[in-house]
Design a protein around this ligand. Structure first.
Ligand code: ADP
Length: 265
């Protein structure tokens, strides 16, 4: 049910009545609405790079191509926009695959601490900013059954966001803890943070706190939505905690059985 209230007010300080309109929304209608919104979002996301490209190509066609300084810059913009569209379409294809019920995961038993360390190593080797990495990972082997490609993608997304939104000289803390029957994995940064009312929305498709900024950094707004689908498919959960201006922590869980070694011998 959805209820919309309207206030009847003829004079400024006198409320004369209230109208409540109750809509009975069926599940199908909700799905249809979501789908329409999704298509509108996709169209908008594609139109933006396309219109940018059109203006730059027009300028080139009208003579900018002759200018040795300007022409390479304009071509560069069209290249960047094309790359973004390719990323967007790839992300969309991946989401649509994840949405289809018969999607298959290739699960292997792996030692999560070693796996996580390798991913952090890769970022540590290639990071360009001065950012300190702290690893609070247990020494022991923690075996989980996961699709390593998918969880690599989840971690890549979370860690590259942490780097994207971190200030020069900041710290990123990686942690793995065992809680009940789960591993709780977290990545904490000291970056810009997320406003309180947006924290839960960052896992929604196309949601971005600062659209212009995300675009500038090459984002599609789908990374965390894909991460959420992948973690849910592993029977885990994903969420964020953040204080605006004081950094963000992204958490996710993976099912884990503590005394599994017994089964191996
Ligand atoms: P994007 O392609 O925009 O990075 P994501 O789905 O990865 O899309 O993230 C969605 C939004 O969540 C981002 O646009 C940003 O506003 C916010 N966000 C994600 N991670 C962080 C972080 N570590 N610090 C601050 N904001 C973040």
């Amino acid at each position: 049910l959805r209820v919309n209230f309207s206030v009847i007010q003829k004079k400024k300080d006198r409320v004369e009545g209230l109208i409540a309109v109750i809509h009975d929304i069926t599940e199908q209608e909700l799905i249809d609405e979501e789908r329409r919104e999704f298509v509108a979002n996709v169209s908008h996301e594609l139109r933006t790079p396309l219109t940018t490209m059109r203006s730059y190509l027009e300028a080139l066609a009208e003579g900018a191509w002759k200018d040795e300084q300007i022409a390479p810059q304009f071509l560069n913009v069209t290249q960047t926009e094309t790359e973004r569209m390719i990323r967007l379409v790839n992300d969309l294809l991946q989401l649509s695959k994840l949405d289809s019920k018969d999607y298959r995961f290739n699960r292997d038993w792996i030692n999560f601490t070693a796996f996580f360390n390798r991913i952090i190593d890769r970022f540590e080797m290639t990071k360009e900013q001065h950012i300190t990495f702290n690893r609070l990972l247990p020494d022991e082997s923690l075996y989980v059954e996961i699709d390593t490609d998918k969880i690599t993608q989840v971690l890549d997304n979370i860690i590259s966001n942490a780097l994207k939104y971190s200030p020069e000289g900041g710290e990123i803390t990686f942690r793995v803890e065992i809680q009940d029957k789960y591993l709780v994995i977290s990545v904490r940064d000291q970056g810009v943070g997320i406003p309180k009312d947006s924290v839960d929305k960052i896992f929604d498709r196309f949601y971005r706190v600062d659209k212009a900024r995300s675009r500038k950094l090459g984002g599609t707004g789908l990374g965390l939505a894909i991460a959420k689908e992948m973690i849910n498919a592993h029977d885990g959960d994903i969420w964020a905690k953040s204080t605006d201006g004081m950094g963000t922590t992204i958490f996710f869980t993976l099912p884990y059985e503590e005394d599994q070694e017994d089964d191996w011998t």
